[in-house]
Design a protein around this ligand. Structure first.
Ligand SMILES: Nc1ncnc2c1ncn2[C@@H]1O[C@H](COP(=O)(O)OP(=O)(O)OP(=O)(O)O)[C@@H](O)[C@H]1O
Length: 592
């Protein structure tokens, strides 16, 4: 119960924060509306007594008053709805923002690799929509408490024993909570298979995967797998729903017995002349109202319990907070020495397979470095470590002699310009798509055009109606869909927005481009990175499988099974008989 009260207080505080005036208006309207309901019962008692006594004028006046009360009850409810609905929408938006902040709370990616974290994010995403009605539930619950209190006073005035009637509702409320707990536990237990079911559904319905599914005729096995997953999930949920329904029926039975007892008591008193016909009508009406109030309260408490859990899960996603950086001055304005890796080994969180093993390297300031190696050698992983997205499992990465762990992570990442293989496709306006690379210049059309020029993306701008203001993507609206290579070129322009970067990372940025486009991009990129290298000692790091590109680097690092097996410039490595010259020879023969 404490939990529900805390959730209700949280929701009220949130609602007051987003729109205090609308909230107060809704509270006032609902309070008057809810008090009107027991007054209707009092009116019916007066009407019955007046009718029995043959006082038509009084009976008529009372009936009119009852009619006004009923209209008031309905109308005030509608007007209150207008106020709390909007407050609920605003509150939900705030919670969505909170979810986004929590998921992106850490500058690193460790938590995103944790399946329990992924399950919690999924459950919160699924349930957050229901918090929109949380404001309504809290206000209605408050109204019901007010109404039940007033009803109890009226019942006590008739017979103190009748005060027990609202109390008889408690078992059903408590049992209802237990039933809800059962359902929540079942949802948690099935979170993983629910996530898998959704993933399979997404695979079978999103354009990115649908082509392969059609061509491989993969629909039947996907459907079978989805069916198996869903059967498992729904069997567990169905069992929990059945048990919850049984418990709730027990609670309702307890209240029904008390209800029958109250009516019997007042009829018995009327038979002994201690109550009149109006009192019997009053109790029957109030008892019906109490039953409606209890059912309503139980539903609202159940809803609030669910909201409470979602809010709790949301709070659990909050990042515990970064420890303050002990290094004063933070990230250097320009690199003087460069980046050194000392015995760096790394395994992804939750796994014990070492992806990088005892990597020792020195990358001098102002240099360009290419990472080479077969698929799965650990190139992207090394890049992610250098970007500060993960910390090494053992060993150190030093930036001008300072351990990357000791640098403020967001400050370091603000000085990294990166384009990954799995680059983002922001379905925004073209200018925004590039501008997000440097948020301070999101609206700076001149800077955006310059970055687009450097990335050779002017032709893309010309094909999008509206140019920089044109909408991209088919996901929503009527944006222009781009080819894979065009999206990637925009990603490159986004990366080139960062002029103050100390580390420029291109992780196979040209995978979706043709060889000529790749060469042109690297030529331009090399020129701009040379300039950055002179200006700020920036290091350019790129991952590529194309040796025509790789050979342009000052230093080439060859990774094999997570270890650095060779390292030097193109000429030196080619002269040796190691993996580099072997791979280079292989590619030359293929392209000859
Ligand atoms: N988030 C992750 N969790 C666990 N293992 C991962 C994760 N990301 C990558 N790996 C594993 O790390 C290994 C190295 O992957 P990485 O992406 O670094 O290789 P790569 O050299 O860049 O390969 P490619 O040339 O194919 O891009 C792979 O075996 C992969 O399974």
């Amino acid at each position: 119960m404490r939990w529900i009260v805390l959730s209700a207080l949280f929701v009220l505080r949130l609602a007051a924060r987003v729109d205090r005036v609308r909230l107060l208006k809704a509270v006032g309207l609902m309070a008057v509306g809810y008090l009107a309901t027991p007054l209707v019962a009092v009116g019916l008692r007066e009407f019955t007594n007046a009718a029995v006594a043959g006082r038509v004028d009084v009976a008529t006046a009372v009936v009119c008053a009852v009619a006004v009360l009923l209209v008031l009850e309905l109308m005030l409810g509608h007007f209150a709805h207008l106020s709390y609905f909007e407050v609920g929408e605003l509150a939900e938006t705030v919670l969505h923002e909170e979810l986004v902040r929590h998921v992106n709370g850490s500058p690193r990616l460790e938590r995103l690799d944790d399946p329990a974290f992924a399950d919690s994010v999924n459950l919160v995403r699924q349930e957050l929509g229901k918090t929109r009605t949380a404001v309504e539930s809290v206000l209605q619950l408050g109204g019901l408490v007010l109404q039940t209190g007033f009803t109890a006073v009226l019942l006590v005035m008739l017979d103190p024993w009748l005060a027990l009637l609202p109390l008889a509702a408690l078992p059903s409320v408590l049992i209802g909570r237990r039933a809800q707990n059962l359902l929540e536990l079942a949802k948690e237990a099935t979170a993983e298979s629910t996530r898998r079911t959704r993933h399979l559904l997404e695979l079978a319905t999103t354009p990115a995967s649908i082509k392969e599914i059609r061509l491989f005729h993969a629909e039947p096995p996907l459907l079978r797998e989805q069916d198996t997953c869903w059967s498992k999930t729904s069997a567990a949920l169905r069992g929990a729903h059945l048990r919850a329904a049984g418990l709730r029926a027990l609670g309702q039975l307890a209240f029904s017995l008390a209800y029958g007892g109250a009516i019997t008591l007042v009829i018995w008193q009327a038979a002994r002349g201690r109550a009149d016909a109006g009192d019997v009508v009053l109790v029957i009406t109030l008892a019906v109202q109490v039953s409606v109030q209890v059912a309503g309260a139980s539903t609202l408490l159940t809803a609030l319990q669910g909201v409470g859990r979602t809010l709790d899960r949301l709070a659990s996603l909050r990042e515990p907070g970064e420890s303050p950086s002990p290094v004063e001055g933070g990230v250097p304005g320009r690199l003087r020495e460069g980046i050194r890796l000392e015995h760096v080994s790394f395994a992804y969180p939750g796994t014990d397979r070492m992806i990088l093993r005892d990597v020792c390297l020195t990358i001098p300031a102002g240099g360009s470095v290419a990472l080479v190696g077969e698929n799965g050698a650990g190139k992207s992983t090394l890049v992610k470590l250098l970007c500060g997205l993960y910390h090494p499992t053992s060993g150190r990465i030093l930036v001008d002699g300072i351990d990357l762990r000791d640098l403020p992570p967001r400050e370091w990442q603000a000085r990294v310009a990166s384009l990954f293989q799995d680059f983002a496709r922001f379905e925004l306006r073209l200018g925004e798509n590039v501008g997000v690379g440097d948020l301070a210049r999101l609206e700076d059309r001149e800077a955006i055009s310059r970055a687009l020029g450097l990335a050779h993306a002017d032709r893309i701008v010309a094909t999008v109606p509206g140019g920089l203001s044109g909408l991209l993507g088919h996901g929503y609206g009527h944006g222009v869909e781009l080819s894979g290579g065009q999206w990637q070129t925009l990603g490159l322009a986004r990366c080139l927005m960062r002029q103050e970067a100390l580390l420029l990372v291109l992780d196979e940025p040209a995978a979706a481009l043709d060889a000529a486009a790749e060469h042109a991009i690297f030529d331009r990129y090399a020129a701009s990175s040379h300039e950055a290298g002179h200006r700020s000692g920036a290091i350019t790091l790129f991952v590529s499988h194309r040796f025509s590109t790789v050979r342009m680097a000052d230093m080439i690092i060859v990774l094999d099974g997570g270890r650095v097996v060779e390292n030097g410039d193109h000429r030196t490595l080619l002269a040796g008989s190691g993996l580099y010259s072997e791979l280079y020879g292989l590619q030359r023969r293929i392209y000859r």
